[in-house]
Write a protein that binds this ligand. Structure first.
Ligand code: FEO
Length: 180
Protein backbone atom coordinates (compact mmCIF):
# COMPACT_ATOMS: atom_id res chain seq x y z
CA UNK A 1 0.00 0.00 0.00
CA UNK A 2 1.02 3.62 -0.21
CA UNK A 3 3.73 4.38 2.42
CA UNK A 4 1.67 7.32 3.71
CA UNK A 5 -1.27 4.97 4.37
CA UNK A 6 0.97 2.38 6.00
CA UNK A 7 2.43 5.03 8.31
CA UNK A 8 -1.04 6.06 9.48
CA UNK A 9 -2.09 2.45 10.12
CA UNK A 10 1.09 1.75 12.06
CA UNK A 11 0.45 4.86 14.12
CA UNK A 12 -3.06 3.58 14.81
CA UNK A 13 -1.69 0.30 16.19
CA UNK A 14 0.22 2.47 18.64
CA UNK A 15 -2.88 4.60 19.46
CA UNK A 16 -5.08 1.55 20.11
CA UNK A 17 -2.37 -0.17 22.14
CA UNK A 18 -1.96 2.97 24.23
CA UNK A 19 -5.76 3.00 24.68
CA UNK A 20 -5.55 -0.54 26.04
CA UNK A 21 -2.68 0.49 28.29
CA UNK A 22 -4.32 3.61 29.73
CA UNK A 23 -7.56 1.70 30.38
CA UNK A 24 -5.53 -0.96 32.16
CA UNK A 25 -4.01 1.82 34.28
CA UNK A 26 -7.51 3.11 35.02
CA UNK A 27 -8.66 -0.42 35.98
CA UNK A 28 -5.67 -0.68 38.31
CA UNK A 29 -6.48 2.65 39.98
CA UNK A 30 -10.18 1.75 40.31
CA UNK A 31 -9.27 -1.62 41.82
CA UNK A 32 -6.96 0.07 44.33
CA UNK A 33 -9.65 2.55 45.39
CA UNK A 34 -12.35 -0.10 45.92
CA UNK A 35 -14.39 0.29 42.74
CA UNK A 36 -14.21 -3.37 41.71
CA UNK A 37 -17.12 -3.16 39.28
CA UNK A 38 -15.76 -0.13 37.43
CA UNK A 39 -12.39 -1.89 37.36
CA UNK A 40 -14.03 -4.90 35.67
CA UNK A 41 -15.62 -2.58 33.10
CA UNK A 42 -12.21 -1.02 32.37
CA UNK A 43 -10.51 -4.42 32.06
CA UNK A 44 -13.06 -5.39 29.42
CA UNK A 45 -12.47 -2.07 27.66
CA UNK A 46 -8.70 -2.64 27.71
CA UNK A 47 -9.17 -6.05 26.07
CA UNK A 48 -11.36 -4.56 23.37
CA UNK A 49 -8.70 -1.98 22.60
CA UNK A 50 -6.12 -4.74 22.21
CA UNK A 51 -8.44 -6.25 19.60
CA UNK A 52 -8.64 -2.89 17.81
CA UNK A 53 -4.84 -2.82 17.65
CA UNK A 54 -4.80 -6.42 16.37
CA UNK A 55 -7.29 -5.56 13.63
CA UNK A 56 -4.98 -2.84 12.26
CA UNK A 57 -2.01 -5.21 12.52
CA UNK A 58 -3.87 -8.06 10.78
CA UNK A 59 -5.05 -5.74 8.05
CA UNK A 60 -1.50 -4.55 7.29
CA UNK A 61 -0.36 -8.19 7.08
CA UNK A 62 -3.32 -9.10 4.89
CA UNK A 63 -2.25 -6.41 2.45
CA UNK A 64 1.20 -8.00 2.31
CA UNK A 65 2.93 -5.15 4.10
CA UNK A 66 5.12 -5.13 7.16
CA UNK A 67 3.86 -3.52 10.38
CA UNK A 68 6.17 -1.46 12.53
CA UNK A 69 5.45 -1.37 16.26
CA UNK A 70 6.11 2.05 17.78
CA UNK A 71 6.94 2.96 21.40
CA UNK A 72 4.08 3.12 23.92
CA UNK A 73 4.24 5.92 26.47
CA UNK A 74 3.67 5.44 30.18
CA UNK A 75 0.07 6.23 31.17
CA UNK A 76 -0.81 8.12 34.38
CA UNK A 77 -1.13 5.81 37.39
CA UNK A 78 -3.81 7.61 39.39
CA UNK A 79 -6.72 9.99 38.99
CA UNK A 80 -8.70 12.15 41.42
CA UNK A 81 -11.92 10.11 41.27
CA UNK A 82 -13.91 7.65 39.15
CA UNK A 83 -15.60 10.67 37.55
CA UNK A 84 -12.20 12.03 36.55
CA UNK A 85 -11.28 8.63 35.10
CA UNK A 86 -14.37 8.45 32.91
CA UNK A 87 -14.02 12.07 31.84
CA UNK A 88 -10.49 11.25 30.74
CA UNK A 89 -11.73 8.11 28.95
CA UNK A 90 -14.41 10.13 27.14
CA UNK A 91 -11.89 12.75 26.01
CA UNK A 92 -9.59 9.96 24.89
CA UNK A 93 -12.32 8.36 22.78
CA UNK A 94 -13.00 11.74 21.15
CA UNK A 95 -9.31 11.89 20.31
CA UNK A 96 -9.47 8.39 18.78
CA UNK A 97 -12.51 9.37 16.72
CA UNK A 98 -10.47 12.29 15.38
CA UNK A 99 -7.67 9.88 14.48
CA UNK A 100 -10.06 7.55 12.63
CA UNK A 101 -11.54 10.48 10.72
CA UNK A 102 -8.03 11.61 9.79
CA UNK A 103 -7.10 8.13 8.49
CA UNK A 104 -10.36 8.00 6.51
CA UNK A 105 -9.35 11.28 4.86
CA UNK A 106 -5.88 9.95 3.98
CA UNK A 107 -7.41 6.75 2.53
CA UNK A 108 -9.90 8.81 0.53
CA UNK A 109 -7.18 11.11 -0.82
CA UNK A 110 -5.17 8.05 -1.90
CA UNK A 111 -8.22 6.37 -3.39
CA UNK A 112 -7.46 3.35 -1.14
CA UNK A 113 -10.89 1.72 -1.15
CA UNK A 114 -9.87 -1.44 0.71
CA UNK A 115 -8.64 0.62 3.65
CA UNK A 116 -11.72 2.84 3.49
CA UNK A 117 -13.86 -0.27 3.69
CA UNK A 118 -12.01 -1.64 6.73
CA UNK A 119 -12.22 1.75 8.46
CA UNK A 120 -16.01 1.83 8.24
CA UNK A 121 -16.18 -0.66 11.13
CA UNK A 122 -14.14 1.76 13.25
CA UNK A 123 -16.28 4.74 12.24
CA UNK A 124 -19.32 2.92 13.66
CA UNK A 125 -17.44 1.54 16.64
CA UNK A 126 -16.37 5.04 17.68
CA UNK A 127 -19.99 6.16 17.96
CA UNK A 128 -20.54 3.41 20.53
CA UNK A 129 -17.20 4.01 22.26
CA UNK A 130 -17.98 7.69 22.83
CA UNK A 131 -21.55 6.94 23.92
CA UNK A 132 -20.44 4.37 26.52
CA UNK A 133 -17.89 6.68 28.11
CA UNK A 134 -20.19 9.69 27.98
CA UNK A 135 -23.02 7.75 29.63
CA UNK A 136 -20.74 6.70 32.47
CA UNK A 137 -19.69 10.35 32.96
CA UNK A 138 -23.33 11.44 33.09
CA UNK A 139 -24.27 8.79 35.65
CA UNK A 140 -21.31 9.61 37.87
CA UNK A 141 -22.12 13.32 37.66
CA UNK A 142 -25.72 12.64 38.69
CA UNK A 143 -24.78 10.68 41.83
CA UNK A 144 -22.02 13.14 42.77
CA UNK A 145 -20.84 12.41 46.32
CA UNK A 146 -23.67 10.03 47.13
CA UNK A 147 -21.88 6.85 48.26
CA UNK A 148 -24.87 4.58 47.76
CA UNK A 149 -25.35 5.89 44.23
CA UNK A 150 -21.71 5.26 43.44
CA UNK A 151 -21.97 1.72 44.79
CA UNK A 152 -24.98 1.09 42.59
CA UNK A 153 -23.15 2.30 39.47
CA UNK A 154 -20.16 0.21 40.47
CA UNK A 155 -22.32 -2.90 40.77
CA UNK A 156 -24.15 -2.27 37.52
CA UNK A 157 -21.08 -1.51 35.40
CA UNK A 158 -19.31 -4.51 36.91
CA UNK A 159 -21.69 -6.84 35.05
CA UNK A 160 -19.98 -6.03 31.75
CA UNK A 161 -18.61 -9.20 30.16
CA UNK A 162 -15.88 -9.42 27.54
CA UNK A 163 -16.94 -10.55 24.08
CA UNK A 164 -15.21 -10.23 20.75
CA UNK A 165 -16.90 -7.24 19.07
CA UNK A 166 -19.50 -8.30 16.53
CA UNK A 167 -18.31 -8.54 12.93
CA UNK A 168 -14.80 -7.30 13.77
CA UNK A 169 -12.94 -7.28 10.45
CA UNK A 170 -9.68 -9.20 9.96
CA UNK A 171 -10.03 -10.76 13.43
CA UNK A 172 -8.97 -13.15 14.86
CA UNK A 173 -5.86 -14.71 13.44
CA UNK A 174 -4.77 -18.01 15.04
CA UNK A 175 -3.42 -17.35 18.52
CA UNK A 176 -5.36 -14.15 19.12
CA UNK A 177 -7.55 -14.28 22.23
CA UNK A 178 -11.27 -14.77 21.72
CA UNK A 179 -12.41 -16.32 25.02
CA UNK A 180 -13.74 -14.72 28.20
FE1 FEO B 1 -10.26 1.68 19.97
FE2 FEO B 1 -11.88 2.96 22.18
O1 FEO B 1 -11.21 3.08 20.48
Amino acid sequence: MDPKMLKELNKQIQEETYSSYIYLAMATDLEATGYKGLATWMHVQAREEKIHADIFLNYILERGDRAELLAIEKPPSSWLSPLEIFRTAYAHEQHITGRINHIVKVARDLNDNATLNMLQWFVEEQVEEEANASEAVQQLEIVGDDGRGKLMIDREMGTRVFAVPASAPYYPKPGQATGA
